[in-house]
Every structure is written in C-alpha cells, then in structure tokens.
Design a protein around this ligand. Structure first.
Ligand SMILES: NC(=O)c1ccc[n+]([C@@H]2O[C@H](COP(=O)([O-])OP(=O)(O)OC[C@H]3O[C@@H](n4cnc5c(N)ncnc54)[C@H](OP(=O)(O)O)[C@@H]3O)[C@@H](O)[C@H]2O)c1
Length: 328
C-alpha cells in the first residue's frame, strides 16, 4: 500500500492559474503516453508515486489516451482506487473531449452531445464523481462556439467539473470563447497549448490574450516529446518515442532535422550546470503566462531529472539571446 512522502510539499513551487483560486504545481504530469494497457502497470505506479512524492499534485488525462483509447483513464482509475484514494482532495485531475473517441457523428469535436457523453465516460473509467479541470481538446470548425461553451458550462453546473479549460485554441478562438464564458459566468481559467523551444507559436498573440483575460497556460510537450533532452544525442534508442514504430507523433526524421540545434542547446545547458531537459523546462517557465509545464515520462529517472529544473529557473539576458540565436 502506497504511503505518500511526508515532505512532498517542501520543494515544489505552486503557481496561481490566472486570477482564479486554483494553484497548480510548476510541473504537472501528463498520461498521454506510457499509461496505456500496452505499458507495465508497476512502472505507471512508480512514476505517479514519484510525482506525488515530489509535490506534483496535477495529473492530466484525456478520453483518448492509451493505447487503446480510454485505457490511460481506466488504469489511472485503478491506481487511484488502489493507492491514491485517501489523497483525492490533494489531487487536481483533468480530462478532455474533442478528438475521435467513438464511431458516428457524436464521437468527437465540440457538440453538446459529444462533450457531455464523453465526460460521463471519463468519470466512469476513472471512478470519479468529478474532474477538477475539464477541457475542450481542440476547436471545432463546425459547431457554434456558444454550444461548446454551454456544454462545458453545463458540466460545471452538474458538478462534474470544477474548472474549465480549452486546448489548441488560437488566440482569436480563445478570445471568442472567453466572451461566451464571461456571459455564462463559467469558471474558465486555463488554456493548454503546445509550447517549447522548438514551437513558439503562442508568443504570436495567444500569450497576449491570456494575459489580458487573466487566464493561465499549462504547456504541453515542453520537451518536444523528448527532442529537448539528451535522449537522441547519440542516435535513436529503440525504446524511445521516436524509435517506437507504434508512435506516429515523433519520427526519426524529425529528430534528424533538429539534432544540430539540439546539440548547440545542450552546450548552453552544460554551461548552466543543467541537463538539456532541465534547461528546456526552466526556459518554458520563464514565459509569464505559463502556470505549469506539463511533462511526460516513460521512467522514474526522467521525472527525477526533470524535477531538478526547478533548482535553477533564472536566465541571463545573454543566455536567452544565445538560445534565440540558435532557434530563430
Ligand atoms: N492538449 C493536447 O492536445 C496535448 C497534446 C500532447 C500532449 N498533451 C499533454 O501533455 C503531456 C506531455 O506531453 P509529452 O509527453 O509530449 O511531453 P514531453 O515532456 O515533451 O515529452 C515526454 C517524453 O520525453 C522523454 N523524456 C522526458 N523526460 C526526459 C528526460 N529527462 N530525459 C530523456 N528523455 C525524457 C520521454 O520519452 P521516451 O518515451 O523517449 O522515454 C517522455 O515520454 C501529455 O501526457 C498530455 O497530458 C496534450
């Protein structure tokens, strides 16, 4: 039976999400990869225990995480039941709907039908009465934004979600849905965009909207799925995300295209006395709207390395310029 480390709150930093009442750890853990039925349950447990023991109180899921889709929520539900039950009130658990989940016209996107049904399925899989944050996973070009916002608002009124977020929305779409949420008085507090040294799209407008609307950002793939670590410095390991043919989201070609820049970034990290992963996470957190970096880990040692990022979050002007020179 798991018993959490008594000192778990001593070293983590907690940041307020926008101007809401909610604080998130500077580092959160995502269950997109490594928590499906294809992954060893004991490793899943070890990663989650290590995270919570170090003050990571936030675990991020979605209906479709696995593989197979749904299995990450199911496995997380089992671990919650077996090991984390007495810690539920110390945890912030999120899920999402929007990507393909089941066949037919209601199994994806942003209709009220999809969002309400998907949230119910997620709660059942995880064995929860409510999630702390529920996200619309991607904008829907066909459903009126008012309908999507009303569906998310309904989840809060039904007690199925405490807070609402959106993910992958552009600056303009974020502004638009914020307007509807304000009319509905929905506790919409957070945006989940991709953001890392290699993908800085949020700097072209979204961060301005987030700052103006007092929303927080939790940034996903802050390590560019492993590219911004030492994982690929000496080739592509078979057990890495890029090396596994079952992972369509990171290809060996993508690694090859970026490796020269990665080596140069690694040199800066060394000069700072950090690993590249630590530096990439620290760099992410210096963007003022970023409340939390949302990392993934396939083993405990990666998580332990990543947590060390919090020991040195400061950059000199010169270091930032050096990073920009490599990347821009
Ligand atoms: N909203 C969305 O649309 C969306 C999309 C994507 C992700 N997300 C969320 O964001 C979370 C994180 O995404 P991500 O997994 O792409 O994040 P990431 O932190 O950029 O990548 C994680 C992967 O990098 C490698 N890694 C991590 N730390 C390492 C270290 N210290 N040294 C060497 N390699 C290391 C591991 O891959 P190996 O397998 O190679 O070991 C690990 O699984 C997801 O779980 C999910 O919750 C959301």
């Amino acid at each position: 039976m798991y018993v959490a480390n008594k000192k778990r709150y001593e070293n983590m930093q907690y940041n307020r999400v926008g101007n809401s009442g909610l604080k998130l750890p500077a580092m959160s853990l995502g269950l997109w990869h490594n928590f499906g039925d294809v992954d060893r349950l004991q490793t899943q447990k070890d990663i989650l225990f290590c995270a919570f023991d170090h003050g990571i109180t936030h675990f991020d899921l979605a209906n479709n995480y696995g593989p197979p889709a749904g299995s990450a929520e199911k496995n997380f539900g089992r671990i919650l039941r077996e090991d984390f039950k007495s810690y539920r009130d110390e945890l912030i658990i999120s899920s999402k709907a929007g990507y393909y989940m089941w066949p037919g016209p209601y199994g994806e996107w942003g209709s009220k039908k999809n969002i309400v049904a998907s949230c119910d399925q997620s709660l059942k899989r995880m064995g929860l009465d409510y999630v702390d944050i529920f996200y619309h996973h991607r904008p829907d070009p066909e459903t009126p934004i008012e309908e999507t916002a009303q569906a998310l608002d309904l989840l809060v009124r039904q007690g199925k979600a405490l807070y609402i977020g959106v993910s992958n929305y552009s600056a303009e779409q974020t502004r638009e849905i914020t307007k509807v949420f304000k009319e509905l008085r929905t506790p919409f507090i957070i945006h989940q965009p991709r953001y890392n040294m290699m993908d800085r799209w949020i700097e072209d407008g979204l961060t301005d909207v987030l700052a103006q609307e007092h929303l927080g950002a939790i940034t996903f793939s802050p390590l560019a799925q492993g590219i911004l670590t030492d994982r690929y410095l000496n080739g592509i390991p078979e057990d890495s995300r890029a090396g596994r043919s079952s992972s369509p989201f990171l290809s060996p070609e993508k690694v090859d295209e970026t490796i020269d820049k990665v080596r140069k970034l690694n040199d800066i990290a060394k000069k700072r006395g950090q690993t590249l992963a630590e530096m990439a996470l620290a760099w992410n957190l210096q963007e003022p709207t970023v409340t939390s970096v949302l990392i993934g880990a396939s083993r405990v040692s990666q998580l332990e390395d990543n947590l060390k990022a919090l020991n040195n979050l400061d950059f000199s002007e010169e270091e930032l310029k050096e990073v920009d020179k490599i990347l821009l």
